[in-house]
Write a new protein. Structure first.
Ligand code: BJW
Ligand code: ZN
Length: 277
């Protein structure tokens, strides 16, 4: 890690050490080192596939087999990927801060770290469960803005079910169907032009407005409303820290931009960070 990067990390650590509340926004880049392809850029999925052919409700209505073929492949691939050092560092950070925060108010603990992700790969949740252990405290689960690839939702009645079995997307007859109404199931993810789940979105923006720091990791910050989460922190008087090997539209607004991979930068940024306070 170069000297400039060391300097940026040390400035970012100071800002985090002073922050009482932190919101973290992650995108596909945090899972790149787990082997999950990103969407944009040279190696991105959208180089091979057009977003509008696969990630819109119109595409599903036009060609459900094509859309399911893509999601069946991604679900199978993601199920075999593991959380990397970036996911693990964030999970331990959230757990460590929660342990330091005394329970308050009649409804329990205020989460000092709220993790908001655009990813559908479930890797934050797996890292959080691993960090807590089987008999440890409740894991700090992420707010999944764009849903989960490990759930299906009925395209007609909206019934949602966990789903991790392989799918035969070679014929319409073998696609999953709703147990209630018989219509085609679809992946429970948010496509372009679809509304994000209102309650999840409200919790993410409330956390962002209340945060002293918004740590943004591995997102091109092009897709809204997710990309507006850090703006809410700025509007609330907090600062933005960015971890990304590339510049993004948020870079100019960030107090510190760490130009590195999440798997290297996050352990350095968050390791034993509690000891500095
Ligand atoms: C690394 C790294 C390493 C690499 N370490 N980093 C305002 C302005 C303009 C448009 C809009 C707007 N508001 C809404 C819109 C329309 C649209 C939109 O945003 N369009 C823009 C693209 C122009 N938004 C929507 O349609 C949203 N819905 C909506 O607004 O509804 C309104 C409504 C209200 C009421 C009723 C009805 C409607 C929905 C957006 C849904 C996005 N869905 C997808 C697919 C999800 C399912 C799936 O996975 O298949 O979400 S698209 C895709 O993009 C996916 C991602 O979550 C999302 C963001 O991508 P992300 O994560 O940033 O990845 P990349 O690839 O872009 O970037 C990776 C980054 O990582 C890069 O920067 C790398 O440098 C970096 N990196 N390696 C750290 N090792
Ligand atoms: Zn149904």
């Amino acid at each position: 890690m170069g000297e400039d990067l060391g300097e940026d990390i040390s400035r970012a650590r100071d800002l985090l050490a002073r922050a009482r509340r932190v919101v973290v926004l992650t995108g596909a880049g945090i899972s790149a080192e787990s082997g999950v392809p990103t969407f944009r850029g040279e190696e991105g999925l959208w180089k091979t596939y057009r977003a509008e052919d696969l990630a819109t409700p119109e595409a599903f209505a036009r060609d459900p087999l094509l859309v399911w073929e893509w999601y069946a492949w991604r679900r199978d691939h993601m199920s075999r990927c593991l959380p990397n050092a970036g996911h693990v560092a964030l999970a331990k950070f959230a757990l460590g801060r929660a342990a330091e925060t005394p329970a308050s108010g009649p409804t329990g603990v205020i989460s000092p770290v709220v993790l908001v992700t655009q990813n559908v790969d479930g890797l934050h949740e797996r890292a959080a469960r691993d960090a807590s252990g089987p008999s440890g405290p409740a894991p700090a689960l992420p707010l999944e803005l764009h849903g989960s690839i490990f759930r299906d939702r009925c395209s007609r009645c909206g019934r949602s079910t966990p789903a991790d079995a392989p799918i035969d997307a070679s014929r319409l007859e073998t696609l999953p169907r709703c147990g209630s109404c018989g219509a085609l199931m679809r992946p429970a993810v948010v496509w372009f032009g679809e509304a994000l789940e209102a309650a999840v979105l409200a919790r993410a923006f409330a956390a962002a407005r209340a945060a002293d720091v918004c740590l943004v990791v591995g997102t091109s910050a092009l897709v809204h409303p997710a990309a507006s989460v850090p703006i809410a922190t700025l509007q609330g008087g907090g600062v933005v820290l960015e971890v990304n090997p590339e510049e993004t539209p948020l870079s100019d607004l960030a107090a510190v931009s760490i130009r590195g991979n999440a798997g290297d930068a996050l352990p350095a940024l968050l390791a034993r960070e509690g000891l500095r306070r």
